[in-house]
Write a protein that binds this ligand. Structure first.
Ligand SMILES: C/C(=C\COP(=O)(O)OP(=O)(O)O)CCC[C@H](C)CCC[C@H](C)CCCC(C)C
Ligand SMILES: O=C(O)C1=CC(=O)c2ccccc2C1=O
Length: 303
């Protein structure tokens, strides 16, 4: 009896690790940021569009993660990964079609925004994001295997996703939105960068040349420190250039999380079992810094 409940518990843990609930913040933050900057500049908030976009973005991230397990099962890179949905179900075809269904539903959500706006711009940008997301992991491209994931991640979750969210509210684009997207693109790419530290051996064996495989974990930890510091440096720069309001300095509230992430990786970069949690420290930093920055745009309008 006790053994059965132990097995149930560890299986539940594996499923939770496979579904990765905290990772869905990568859907929430760019949509919230684009909407917050649009509100700061136009004093308007289209609630129904915001929630439709949020739901669609969550479905698209679910597609991204399930299809990642499907494509990775084909290259053998996930053969030691118990928390892969394909390994847990043993049914690659089922996972593949569920992922396609989620993508279809997500795109339907975006079509509903295009219909409400009578404008196809948001749909066009999101389709481009999905195509780039596919090129990261799907055949014949698999650009992530060449170490190009961070660049694709920056462009899609930064300038593209935030421009789409801004446009869905304001039907135009903005410089302030572009500047904010540099910070969010960077903090999202930091998550992906951190996800490679513990996987060097499996990546090498499968021929994946992730940035950490290319530069080594020690240099990787230095690059992480500089990239993390640049989130705060760029915010100060944009405030000095008067692109951002002074209230966006609220982002400094996330400094302890940044410090924790950088120290953890500096101390444990070459210990896969310990360093693996850095991905979730990076998710925390991305979420809290993103929310504080968004608040920095919204508060001057509300107070
Ligand atoms: C699935 C992703 C990373 C996992 O990579 P990896 O195979 O190394 O990880 P595992 O060890 O867990 O197997 C994320 C990749 C992100 C990609 C570069 C860009 C995706 C773009 C999205 C489709 C954009 C969605 C925008 C939305 C918010 C409108
Ligand atoms: O599973 C992962 O490692 C990631 C999943 C994911 O959706 C994502 C999105 C944006 C940046 C990084 C990541 C991951 O690392």
């Amino acid at each position: 009896m006790a053994t059965t409940s132990y097995i149930d518990k560890s299986r539940r843990k594996l499923w939770l690790a496979a579904i990765k609930p905290p990772m869905y913040s990568v859907a929430i933050i760019p949509i919230t940021m684009g909407t917050a900057v649009a509100f700061a500049e136009t004093n308007r908030f289209h609630q129904e569009i915001f929630f439709a976009f949020l739901g669609a973005a969550i479905l698209i991230i679910a597609w991204l993660n399930l299809s990642n397990d499907v494509f990775d099962s084909e290259t053998g890179i996930d053969k030691n990964k118990a928390e892969s949905v394909v390994n847990l179900t043993g049914n690659k075809t089922l996972v593949f079609w569920i992922s396609n269904l989620l993508l279809g539903l997500g795109i339907l959500g975006i079509i509903s925004i295009a219909w409400l706006q009578q404008d196809g711009m948001v749909l066009g940008i999101v389709l481009l994001c999905c195509a780039l997301g596919y090129s990261y992991q799907g055949p014949p491209f698999r650009l992530g295997y060449q170490g190009l994931g961070e660049i694709i991640c920056f462009v899609t979750f930064g300038p593209l996703a935030i421009a789409a969210a801004y446009y869905s509210q304001a039907k135009t684009f903005s410089l302030m939105g572009l500047a904010a997207s540099a910070i969010i693109g960077l903090s999202t790419s930091i998550i992906l960068f951190c996800s490679h530290f513990h996987q060097v051996e499996d990546d090498l064996a499968a021929g994946k040349r992730s940035p950490i495989v290319r530069m080594g974990t020690a240099r990787g930890s230095q690059v992480l420190a500089w990239s993390t510091a640049s989130l705060f440096a760029f915010t100060v720069l944009f405030v000095l250039l008067r692109v951002f309001p002074v209230s966006t300095l609220l982002i400094f509230g996330s400094l302890p999380l940044a410090n924790r992430l950088v120290r953890h990786v500096q101390q444990h970069h070459d210990n896969p079992e310990i360093v693996r949690t850095c991905k979730f420290l990076a998710v925390n930093l991305h979420f809290v810094s993103g929310i504080l920055l968004a608040l920095g745009f919204v508060l001057p309008r509300l107070l």
